[in-house]
Design a protein around this ligand. Sequence first.
Ligand SMILES: [Zn+2]
Length: 176
Amino acid sequence: MDELLASLVAAAIQFSGLPPIETLPPVQAMPYQAMLVEICADERAAVPMLLAQYRQCSEQHRMMTTVCDELKVEADSHAQCMQQRGLVAAYLIEQRRIVYRNDLNLDNDADNSFLVHEYVHALQNQYFGEQMFETCQGVMAAEEQAYAVQQKYLRSRSQLLRVGDRLRLVSCRDIH
Ligand SMILES: [Zn+2]
């Protein structure tokens, strides 16, 4: 397992051109629902604050509460987050660790390519800092690079799987 993970990190470094990471993020397999709970924990923590901001904003803009709608949408993001489908793995930025679905077969290169993708996020986090993930444009840039690296890795392993198509379907409004 350690050997496999080391080779996946090496691929992430090679194909991204990002500098190696000092401390490797731990990886953990878990059932899909448990993964969602982990991934959505940040959103859940932010809900009370966002609702308070929304109330404050609405009071300040009584005539034009639509300017506050964004905050309301943000506050609903935990529920939306828990309804996500099709996730395979995730890099938890604040905890600097990777979770992945326990039905992945890591001996399969198509499956383990998703860990390469998440390792790229870990490299980005170290090199660019957490602020990369705090704006929509930053997240989009991070995802584009991670998918490009994953795709190069897949090609190097003669895998036909195409990844990143979902990215073209989302706009900055959809990403939290
Ligand atoms: Zn990603």
